[in-house]
Structures are given as C-alpha cells and as structure tokens.
Design a protein around this ligand. Structure first.
Ligand code: ADP
Length: 500
C-alpha cells in the first residue's frame, strides 16, 4: 500500500506530546511491513536544517483559499532511524516559522485555523506535483482534519480521478482538542457554507474542524480499546459522543506502541548506566544520578527512599487537581518526588512553592527536556499518572520498560496497559503497577501509599513488579499490523463496492 501519514508534529523533528512519538514510529513500523509510507508535516522554524538536511523537491505548491493565495515550498528529508521513510516538510515562513508549534505562553496563535488549512490543502495538492498518489491518508487530530473534509467537499478534488480515489483513516489521539473557531471562518477556509450544518462541521454555533474530519473519513481509529468505548459516552465524548456512537462500526481502538530503540534502558545514551531486566543493578546508578541532579539525599545501603516521578503536560486532564491535593500526605511518607513538566500556570506556581518548601524531598524542572525525561524514567522507582482521561498514554509504557512502576487511574490506555497489583496478580508475577478507579484524591493517595509500602516492606514482590513490567512487549509491530488490516479492508471495500 501507498500510505501518506499527515501529522502536525513528528519526533524527533518537532514534538509537544505523544502524537509526535506515534508519528515518528508508526510510519516506520508500516515501512517495515513492506509499505510505501511517507509523512507530511509543516516546516516549523524550530526544525534544524543542519541536522535534517532537507532537499527542495517542489519550489511551489499554490494554495488558493478565500483567505488568500499562498505558495508553499515542499522539502524532503528522511526519518533518522532505520528503516527510514521520507518526510515532506511544507514551508511557508509566515505560517510556520515561529518559536512554538501552536501557542506561546499558553495563548494559541490566533491564525491556527488558517495555518493548518493551508497545510492540509498543500498536503493534498503536493501529491499531484510529486506524481505519488497514496491509497490511504492517515490523518491525526484536528490539525489534519481538513484533509478528509477537502477531499469530499472540494469539488475539484472530489472529481479528480486520482485524488477522488484516496481513502482516509482518521486517528484520534485526544478528543478534547477539536479545533473550534468562529463560524465566519468557514468561508476563509475554503469549505462551502453548506458544510456548516450539525451533521458536518457546525458545533454549538462554531466551526469544529475535528468533527468535519470524523464525518468525512472512511474509517476511524483511536489509540486504545477502552478510549474507543469511553468517547461514545457523555463523560468523555466532549460533545461528539453521538457522532462517534453512530460511527461505532467504523471505529477501532488500537493501543499505541513505543519506539523500542529510543526507549531502551540497555542502550540509552542519556543514562548514567545501562541496565536490563536480567541485570537491574545499574539502575541504582541512574537513581543516584537523578538525586544528585536535584540535590536530593542519596540512598544508603540502610535507607532507600522510594523516588516518585512525574513527566507530563501540566494540564487538568493529567490529574493534577488530585495530585496537588495529596502532595503533603505523599511527602509525609518520606518518599522523594521529581517532576518534569510544563503547562497550566497555576500548577507551575504550586510545584514551585512545594519545591521551595521541601528542597530535600522535591526536585522540579518546569520545561520540556527530552534527555531529562529519559533520566527520570531510569532513575525513578514509582511513576505517577493519575489522569482523568488518557487516550493511550505513553509514559506509563516507557515507565514499564524502565522498571519505574506506574501508579495509574483506570481509564483509557492506562486501563489497557497496566495490570493492577492484587495479592493474586502479585503472587502470580503478573502485576505491573497500581491502579485506582474513582477520580478522588483519597483513591490516588491509597494507591500511592500501597506502592510506597510495597517498595519499602516487600522487596520480593517489588522485584516481581519491575520484572513483569520490563518484560511487556509494547513494540509497534503488533499495532502496525492492526492499522494495516483496517487500511487493507478499506481498499478491499472500495474494490468490491466502490465506496465506504
Ligand atoms: P500526551 O500526548 O497527552 O501529552 P503521552 O503520555 O501520550 O501524553 O505522551 C507524552 C510524551 O511527551 C511522552 O513522550 C513524554 O515523555 C513527553 N513529555 C511530556 N512532557 C514532557 C516534558 N516536560 N519534557 C520532556 N518530555 C515530555
């Protein structure tokens, strides 16, 4: 199959969250299965030309929207690790040469709808110029949602004998970001006014780019089976539960994999020492390194304090309202705590004050730091992820692999990837973490206390927990095969029925 993977971020070129990790790894896994996979993303000013040495492959793709006519340039680079796949970078300095991807100081760029409209339309027209027409375009989140909408709603594209045949698969990585904009933008985005109706793009008087993408794509996937069910409910559907329930036959949940080359404690260049499941000892060095970095007291042979860790966007979704309520009690257990994150200012303030009040117990970095994220996974004993909702979640998967035992809430991909520690699962050596269900501070605190107590008083079971986690296989191959099956099904359906 020929597959175009459209994403607004792709690791390591540009990343703000888990979507980038998926966009860097899934195309590679599909390439490995023998498909011709290429990716397309904006050429952000933050992407290093020196490092990725892109070549100009099309001097201009003209995109004519009512908002204005622009010429984007198409560059090509290749993904850094084997097997490589081509990445097209769409360049337009006025749109994409900015310090950040979507927002600065918590404020969204005001022209985001237009920035991604140009990106989507250029991503489609570019294909004609490249003489490479994919069988399937995999779209990811709201930034790419205009691609399926244009392919259906733009008359020239729909009637084009090549573009008209492209199938679209829409992947939902987080339903709570929908691309909501004032309705007058419908005109400027080049979508006919007729599409502004409750069955397509209208949403409580505003235009909803994601909704348009979900309506106009042939098939839908999201990043875990549990989240696929949750988003059909009032609690997690973010207003789109009705639409998703209607389309449930077309919706599949596929758990994300992880890049096992990048996230591998046996060969991670960021770590103070390499370790494996069979030889966990050097992990102690990684812990010491982390404690030293943050000026925390080191473990001694007689006293080992559990080191609790968090790496996260500091957003409500991730459960920080619960965590901030119980931090005093958590610290009273004597555990150490290291947090790496950036996001909502109120959480920055909270953790800054906490770190200032407890310099011997709390380490803090408010920012985005990839190397440190690896060091925290390796140095930590317990990883906290008390999310309110979690489409898939990657950090708990990295934590398993690094022997950093997760404490998670039972939701979305967390529910699908962690086996809760009960007397039976612990005894059988199956447990991989600690799980709580109710979204309440007391429930989180109980789970944290249980984890701390197991670490301190029950080393045999602790080692089993680490062992079982480090043994899990979350490589991309299995997930990529599920994507492959869906896409092949779409093409077979077109061949036999000529439609959905
Ligand atoms: P989400 O996509 O909702 O933010 P995920 O757990 O799916 O959450 O993915 C988050 C990704 O971003 C992980 O690779 C994680 O290591 C990384 N990450 C999040 N915050 C930071 C940070 N402050 N510094 C470095 N990496 C981070």
């Amino acid at each position: 199959m020929k597959i175009l993977f459209a994403a607004s971020e792709l690791a390591p070129l540009a990343k703000t969250g888990g979507l980038a990790d998926v966009a860097g790894a899934l195309p590679r896994a599909l390439t490995e299965l023998g498909h011709d996979v290429r990716a397309v993303m904006p050429f952000y000013g933050t992407i290093s030309r020196e490092k990725y040495a892109p070549k100009l492959v099309m001097p201009e793709v003209l995109v004519s929207l009512p908002a204005g006519r622009r010429a984007l340039r198409v560059w090509e680079t290749t993904s850094p690790s084997e097997p490589v796949f081509p990445i097209y970078l769409l360049e337009d300095a006025a749109l994409f040469d900015r310090p950040q991807l979507y927002a600065e100081a918590g404020v969204e760029y005001p022209d985001n709808a237009l920035r991604f409209a140009y990106y989507c339309m250029a991503a489609i027209w570019m294909l004609k110029g490249l003489h490479w027409i994919p069988d399937v375009i995999v779209c990811n989140d709201w930034q790419t949602a205009l691609i399926p909408t244009y392919l259906v709603r733009n008359r020239t594209m729909r009637l084009d004998p090549q573009l008209g045949k492209i199938r679209t698969l829409f992947a939902i990585h987080n339903l709570s970001y929908q691309g909501l904009y004032p309705n007058y933008l419908v005109y400027q985005l080049g979508v006919p006014w007729a599409a502004f109706n409750p069955y397509e793009m209208e949403f409580w008087g505003r235009i909803n780019l994601l909704k348009g993408g979900l309506v106009h794509s042939h098939k839908l996937v999201t990043v875990s089976p549990t989240y696929a069910r949750e988003i059909q409910t009032d609690e997690f559907g973010c207003g789109l539960e009705g639409l998703l329930h209607t389309r449930r036959q077309d919706l599949t949940g596929i758990l994300n994999g992880i890049d096992t080359q990048v996230w591998n404690p046996a060969q991670d260049p960021n770590l103070a020492a390499a370790y494996t499941r069979q030889n966990k000892r050097p992990k102690e060095k990684c812990k010491r390194d982390l404690q030293e970095q943050f000026g925390l007291p080191l473990d001694t042979p007689r006293k080992q304090r559990p080191l609790l860790t968090v790496i996260s966007r500091l957003a409500n979704q991730k459960g920080f309202d619960l965590l901030t309520e119980i931090m005093p009690q958590v610290l009273r257990t004597g555990a150490q705590f290291v947090l790496l994150g950036t996001g909502q200012p109120e959480y920055h303030d909270y953790f800054r004050e906490l770190a200032a009040a407890h310099p011997q117990q709390v380490g803090l970095e408010l920012g985005f730091n990839d190397a440190l994220a690896h060091q925290i996974e390796a140095g930590g004993d317990i990883f906290l992820m008390p999310s309110h909702f979690e489409p898939c979640g990657l950090n708990q998967l990295y934590s398993l692999r690094y022997g950093n035992v997760p404490v998670v809430r039972k939701t979305g991909g967390l529910a699908d990837s962690i086996i809760n520690a009960t007397p039976a699962t612990l005894k059988a050596g199956k447990a991989t973490g600690f799980m709580f269900t109710e979204y309440k501070p007391a429930a989180l605190l109980a789970a944290v206390r249980k984890a701390v107590a197991t670490y301190e008083n029950d080393r045999t079971h602790w080692r089993k927990l680490m062992d079982a986690g480090m043994q899990q296989d979350f490589s991309w191959e299995r997930s990529a095969r599920e994507y492959e099956t869906i896409m092949q099904g779409m093409l077979d359906a077109m061949a036999t029925r000529g439609g959905r």
